[in-house]
Design a protein around this ligand. Structure first.
Ligand code: 13P
Ligand code: SF4
Length: 324
């Protein structure tokens, strides 16, 4: 008998989940997923969170294999921090267009223009760019990272919106921003926010700092994806407009069943984040692909950049910030 499509899909997904659980056990693997992943991937993940939480989880895990459900720069960071572990990215093509907007050559040229500036790179960057930078940051610690530096001048790459947001929080420093951007977050406009707000007058507006300044100006609270979870949990409001990638709504709704969440535009979807499916995770664990490795010379310098960031957030206290 032919099953209706939905039922066959559910059965297929359940079979894949069982297969993934079996392979995970066999290989002593951990599945780490970013908050923008598909619902079913977040469901099977051992850890899900924002970029900072995932870097920290990658440092802490004692699993032998890390299956990183996210985009390439995230798996690369996990590999840089865990040279003795196998880090797998289930879909080879899952990249971040923003990370591709800066190259090490362009960054070196920028440094020559501002020799007295410190270089802060958003984790959404390649290992080579990290190797050329002084310290990394995520959207949840960017302000703290910039404040921690002795330099007055900061070159901030590659996200102009995050860089400009940090400038508003650290006016005593001069932040020179690279003109990169997230093609997903720039799709939400001020008009989308006001229209949604008019439909839900009591809703609080939460925006990711990768959004345009006109959107950030309308926000009640600006934070990373992880920050949004914390904020929603503590807030007395019952409704929220969420200006970030739509994947966040799955866990927000699950963890806060009495609250309501609205996405201001369906355009808030990151195509590369959605490439990872249960089928690809099963394929990854079955064939131990696609391994992400960084050449030693780049890895060591990029690791210093990430370790300095983790020291600011208190993860690796043995790293002395003043040593560079
Ligand atoms: P966070 O989860 O750190 O807020 O990052 C958002 C993002 O765009 C990752 O690609
Ligand atoms: Fe890159 Fe934007 Fe997608 Fe994040 S949401 S992975 S910054 S393109």
């Amino acid at each position: 008998m032919m099953l209706p499509k939905e039922d066959s899909d559910i059965k297929y997904n359940e079979a894949l989940k069982k297969k993934i659980a079996r392979l995970k056990k066999k290989h002593n693997a951990v599945i780490i997923a970013h908050n923008y992943q598909r619902d079913e991937i977040q469901e099977i993940a051992d850890v899900s969170g924002d970029s900072l939480a995932l870097s920290q989880a990658a440092v802490r895990t004692d699993a032998k294999i890390i299956v990183f459900c996210g985009v390439d720069f995230m798996a690369e960071s996990a590999s840089i921090l865990n040279p003795n572990k196998k880090v797998l990215l289930p879909v080879k093509e899952a990249g971040c267009p923003m990370a591709d907007m800066i190259t090490p050559e362009k960054l070196r040229a920028m440094r020559r223009l501002y020799p007295d500036a410190a270089v802060v790179c958003y984790v959404n960057s390649s290992a080579e760019v990290k190797a050329e930078s002084d310290i990394a940051c995520t959207s949840s610690n960017a302000v703290a990272v910039v404040k921690s530096l002795p330099e007055q001048k900061i070159i901030f790459v590659p996200d102009k919106n995050l860089g400009r947001y940090v400038q508003t929080k650290v006016p005593e420093k001069q932040i020179i921003v690279w003109e990169g951007f997230c093609p997903t977050h720039i799709r939400v406009q001020g008009e989308d926010i006001t229209k949604t707000k008019n439909l839900h007058l009591g809703a609080e507006i939460l925006a990711h700092p990768e959004c345009n300044p006109e959107v950030l100006d309308l926000a009640d609270h600006i934070c990373s994806t992880g920050g949004m979870f914390n904020y929603v949990k503590k807030s007395n409001s019952k409704e929220f407009i969420i200006a970030t990638e739509c994947g966040l709504l799955y866990r927000l709704q699950k963890e806060n069943p009495d609250k309501k969440f609205y996405i201001p535009t369906p355009r808030l979807l990151c195509a590369t984040m959605k490439l990872t499916t249960l089928g690809w995770v099963a394929h990854s664990l079955e064939n131990l692909v696609y391994e992400i490795k960084v050449a030693d010379e780049i890895r060591e310098r990029a690791k210093r950049t990430l370790d300095r960031m983790l020291a600011v957030t208190g993860e690796k206290k043995e790293v002395i910030l003043a040593s560079y």
